[in-house]
Design a protein around this ligand. Structure first.
Ligand code: DAH
Length: 361
């Protein structure tokens, strides 16, 4: 090894050994092996040498490079070990400290209301059915007796998905379901009749104000068998609203209405009274609309491949948020989906709470 390589070696060795933390070791590494480092600078002089000298000096420089790199690696390992030991000796965990209090979770009023409704309808013999949020035009509209171009389609403010080139035709058009009535069709096709189901889930419409959010939840009930009539429908509405609100004499009235998938169709109201801007649910001098219902239209039954002369029944549907707002006094629908932990602490439920299931349980 030539004298100046020997000098360089001892200079770099001293520098590496003097580095007493990882940052200064990195500075040394760059100044020795980096692009503008000392060994690199020496390497660059090789080109101007004659071949014999280049051969010996090149080999010596490569050796030096390896030695310094190895030295840096050893020093790095030693510094890391030292740093870890220092951390371990200074950091202490006091295992006797109490656990940091975490924000306590609450059950969202939507989940709570769904559970209450599930329990009530289950006690009346309804089973749970489900369907997809992304639907096609046929299940959301056509099969429910909304023919293409029917004005009632426009009332739904539908979110359509971009056309899928694989699936042609108006009926295959994909959308976000605008109501849970879609599951009437799916359930009748899959399970046949007689059928007695409830459906709860997300629904979507392009609308936003104090009483509308683009995503909301609906509950739907369907009961099809032989000889089902409006008396059964009224009894069902009476029983479930009384159980849900925990009011034994809650009155219910039907008002004539129109839905393409029911005939006759009705709006369901429950009794209430209003005083000084306040609303009280129960027998009173006023009425409050809670949802729609009716006898399932023969075309709907036919569209599911079933015989409407043999089977008929009723369906009803309502908004779950609205039911929660009425029972628990929540004034603004939009707050349900703002994810404000203070709102949830206030309106949410403890996991083992069973707020008045009253007559429902
Ligand atoms: N699907 C209706 C809507 O979203 C609600 C509804 C009305 C459902 C009448 C029903 C029914 O099952 O019979 O506005």
């Amino acid at each position: 090894m030539s004298a100046n390589i020997e000098d360089l070696k001892s200079e770099l060795t001293t520098m590496v050994e003097a580095a007493n933390d990882l940052d200064s070791l990195e500075t040394v590494r760059v100044s020795a092996l980096g692009k503008k480092g000392k060994i690199t600078a020496q390497m660059k002089t090789l080109g101007k040498m004659d071949p014999e000298e280049r051969k010996t000096k090149g080999a010596a420089l490569n050796l030096l490079k390896d030695e310094i790199a190895a030295l840096i690696a050893t020093q790095e390992a030693a510094l890391k070990k030292q740093a870890l030991e220092q951390r371990l000796s200074t950091e202490k965990i006091d295992v006797s400290l109490p656990v940091r209090p975490k924000a306590k979770g609450k059950i969202h009023p939507i989940s709570q209301t769904m559970e209450e409704l599930n329990a009530i309808f289950a006690s009346m013999g309804f089973t749970i059915a489900e369907g997809p949020d992304i639907e096609d035009d046929w299940h959301n509209f056509t099969a429910l007796n909304f023919p293409p171009g029917h004005p009632a389609r426009e009332m739904h403010d539908t979110f359509y998905l971009p056309d899928d080139p694989n699936e042609q035709g108006e009926a295959a058009k994909k959308l976000l379901r605008t109501h849970t009535s879609t599951v009437q069709i799916r359930a009748m096709q899959e399970q046949g009749v007689p059928i007695k189901i409830i459906v709860m889930g997300r629904t979507y419409r392009s609308d936003y104000d104090i009483t509308h959010t683009p995503m909301f939840h609906q509950c739907e009930a369907l009961y099809i068998d032989k000889n089902i009539h409006m008396g059964h429908l009224k009894g069902c509405v009476l029983d479930f609203t009384r159980a849900y609100f925990g009011i034994d004499d809650l009155p219910v009235q039907f008002r004539p209405s129109f839905f393409p998938f029911t005939e006759p169709s009705a709006e369901m109201d429950i009794g209430c009274s209003r005083k000084d801007g306040g609303l009280k649910i129960g027998a009173g001098d006023d009425w409050l609309e809670i949802g729609g219902c009716g006898m399932v239209h023969p075309n709907v039954i036919k569209n599911c491949g079933l015989d409407p002369d043999e089977y008929q029944g009723f369906a009803l549907g309502f908004g779950i948020e609205r039911m929660a707002m009425l029972k628990y006094g929540i004034p603004d629908l939009r707050t349900f989906f703002e994810n404000d932990i203070r709102w949830l602490q206030h309106y949410g439920f403890d996991p083992l709470d069973r707020p008045n299931r009253a007559t429902g349980s």
